[in-house]
Design a protein around this ligand. Structure first.
Ligand code: ZN
Length: 113
């Protein structure tokens, strides 16, 4: 089991958890209900933590996390393999699993808000 993410804001941690669980990654959350201990422990020690249950999922989880946190305001993109429209938070095509193209030409301008 490996630590994938921690943040003092448990709403952000919960959001990250949703993203990763939606991708089929099994997670364990630690310190989820530890906020009551803030007076006694240093704040950092009670931050909620997300742990990836299977080490084999770790690399994929990191990639998903990177793309979803950095691309929150990015436009949607179109899969180079099957042409499916993908949400900016996806690192791979949800339809066929093809890698997200790095080329900006694949940005899907039709879905921009
Ligand atoms: Zn695809």
């Amino acid at each position: 089991m490996r630590l994938i993410y921690t943040n003092e804001n448990r709403l952000i941690v919960a959001n990250v958890r949703n993203i990763l669980e939606a991708a089929g990654i099994e997670l364990t959350m630690k310190n989820e209900f530890a906020a009551g201990g803030v007076g006694e422990l240093s704040p950092f020690e009670v931050w909620p933590e997300l742990w990836v249950a299977r080490d084999s999922d770790y690399e994929r989880a990191i990639r998903l996390l990177d793309s979803s946190l950095s691309a929150r305001n990015a436009p949607s993109w179109r899969c180079a393999n099957c042409g499916e429209h993908n949400d900016p938070s996806f690192e791979i095509c949800w339809q066929c699993g093809h890698d997200r193209p790095k080329d900006a030409a694949w940005v899907d301008t039709s879905l921009q808000r």
